[in-house]
Design a protein around this ligand. Structure first.
Ligand code: SF4
Length: 414
């Protein structure tokens, strides 16, 4: 046992993927994760994970588990491969190869942001890296989100406090506007606020876009604060619209996602504007990237025809809910599964490989515990702005998810 520190570790507790964490290891346990927020500290924990291998509820060897898993998956007619959280891109890639071999449906946590992804596919995207936002933004509009809850260091590392080339005084060089939509509130310390009724949100965004484009918008008092905000945005040097693309208090609305994209695009005529969509942790943005470069599609891929096809209306939750899956392979932390996926998984025979797989609530027939990417395994993960980052493991000795999924792939001849 060697006490040590690991500098520049990357946290996957949320999509910020902070890569400035110093992990302090004492007696083979994580004693501290310096610079991490409370959410990040909880994600690192003390680094301990269970090390069980189970087949039908009983302890088994890895060989037995892989044999049982291969038989279960090849015997299925409509298998599903699902990428949960806390995996490196390298492991995600192995799982995609298995889905291809099985002619399976393939989906991931990235599907939780489906409305934003589909809006970008239809309309394009006016985005920026978080580094560019840090350097250039002088007007930050938080659209129905306060990042301090689910993305705690987004403000201190990127959009609010840091000094940048065009924001030499950091927070004092920037203006923050909170757009409150019903109960979805922006930051409490914003410099200005606009309140919208949820029913008026999409129309307000359209009115804002019309204002930016110089079109007449009438004088409906309901929309005047939004119209005034749009005029103010055209006068800024660099606007950032920050919106949450993960499930929250406001149901995901395709029209809303598309209206945010098109407003950001329109603002790039009179000024510069980026839409910053907040993503959750566990390297879900990496799953999006890996599926895209391996199959051509970011989520809801179907290999049933022997080649990848895109079925965004038939994601894992929809397939499981409709009873169209007869076996599943879940790779990654089962604890990160969205409820509409986790609950129906209990009705099919499944294999789980990943951190705390043996504790999965859907009771997999085969469960293989592994380490967690970023703590026990290296590799690559993607930040919410699609920037790839290296993972620097601080603890060794746990079973590797990459090696385990690769071994299953070998068993399947993929
Ligand atoms: S903001 Fe997110 S990535 Fe950064 S330390 Fe906190 S949980 Fe981890």
């Amino acid at each position: 046992m060697t006490d040590r520190t690991v500098a520049n570790a990357t946290c996957l507790g949320c999509g910020c993927a902070c890569d400035d964490i110093t992990v302090v290891v004492k007696q083979d346990r994580i004693a501290d994760a310096r610079n991490a927020c409370a959410l990040g500290a909880a994600w690192f924990g003390d680094g301990t994970v269970p090390t069980e291998t189970r087949v039908n509820g009983r302890s088994a060897s890895l060989e037995q588990a892989l044999t049982e898993a291969a038989g279960l998956l090849t015997g299925a007619t409509h298998p599903l491969v699902y990428l949960a959280g806390d995996l490196s891109c390298e492991t995600q890639r192995e799982a995609v190869a298995i889905a291809d071999r099985l002619h399976a449906a393939l989906d991931s946590l990235a599907a939780t942001a489906a409305t934003a992804v589909l809006a970008a596919q239809r309309r394009g995207r006016a985005g920026a890296t978080l580094g560019e936002i840090r350097q250039r933004a002088d007007l930050v509009v938080f659209w129905a989100v306060d990042p301090s809850t689910r993305y705690p260091r987004y403000g201190s590392r990127y959009a609010v406090e840091p000094r940048g080339v065009a924001a030499p005084q950091g927070r004092n060089s920037r203006t923050l506007i909170a757009v409150d939509v019903g109960e979805a509130l922006g930051p409490a310390d914003a410099d200005g606020r606009v309140a919208l009724a949820p029913a008026d949100e999409v129309d307000s965004l359209e009115m804002m876009r019309a204002t930016v484009q110089g079109r007449a918008v009438g004088k409906d008092a309901r929309f005047q604060p939004a119209v005034d905000l749009a005029r103010r945005m055209t006068e800024a040097r660099y606007v950032v619209i920050v919106a949450d693309s993960e499930p929250g208090p406001v149901p995901a609305d395709p029209a809303r996602a598309e209206a945010l994209v098109t407003l950001a695009q329109a603002l790039n005529s009179p000024t510069r504007c980026a839409l910053s969509t907040l993503r959750g942790g566990g390297n879900r943005s990496g799953a999006d990237a890996v599926l895209t470069w391996q199959t051509g599609f970011p989520f809801a891929v179907d290999f049933a025809r022997g080649y990848p096809s895109y079925r965004p209306q038939a994601d894992a939750a929809a397939l499981l809910g409709a009873g169209e899956v007869d076996a599943a392979l879940v790779v990654g932390s089962p604890a990160t599964l969205p409820e509409p996926v986790a609950t129906p998984l209990a009705r099919v025979r499944s294999v789980a490989i990943g951190p705390r797989a043996s504790a999965a609530t859907f009771r997999p027939a085969v469960a293989v515990d592994t380490g967690r990417a970023g703590i026990h395994e290296g590799g690559t993960a993607f930040r919410m702005d699609d920037v790839p980052l290296p993972l620097r493991p601080s603890l060794a000795g746990e079973r590797s998810a990459l090696d385990t999924v690769h071994a299953l792939r070998d068993r399947l001849g993929a």
